[in-house]
Design a binder for this molecule. Structure first.
Ligand SMILES: [Zn+2]
Length: 121
């Protein structure tokens, strides 16, 4: 059984949205946790290198790229909204088209992320 500090660490990881994996730490055989960033850690030994399939590596990379794109789209939409509000950008057809295009991008990014996440589990 893991000691109290380890159990505390494990529940903290879960609280942060980490997922307990079926793989065990090669050193202490505690279950490994996958962080939201995709990093895999042991609650005692920290970062652990487990052999991932090429497909898994590609998936993690794609998800990271989509995360960045999602952030960028949200920032851009917020910035445009601000500029439209304070008159920095005029409310013409071009602005509305651009805004609509960014919303499409955001929607597609979120849909792609869902598809990838579903295909992993
Ligand atoms: Zn360990």
């Amino acid at each position: 059984m893991p000691d109290e500090a380890t159990v505390k660490k494990m529940s903290e990881l879960l609280r942060l949205g980490a997922v307990m994996m079926s793989e065990a730490c090669p050193i202490c055989s505690l279950p490994l946790f996958k962080l939201r960033s995709g990093e895999v850690i042991c609650p005692v030994h920290g970062r652990v290198q487990i052999v991932k399939s090429d497909e898994e590596i590609i998936t993690v990379g794609t998800l990271a790229a989509l995360d960045e794109l999602e952030k960028f789209a949200v920032n851009t939409i917020n910035r445009m909204r601000n500029e439209l509000e304070n008159g920095g950008l005029s409310m013409d057809l071009d602005s509305v088209r651009t805004l609509s295009m960014w919303l499409d991008i955001l929607e597609r990014v979120r849909r792609l992320k869902l598809i990838i996440e579903r295909s992993r589990s």
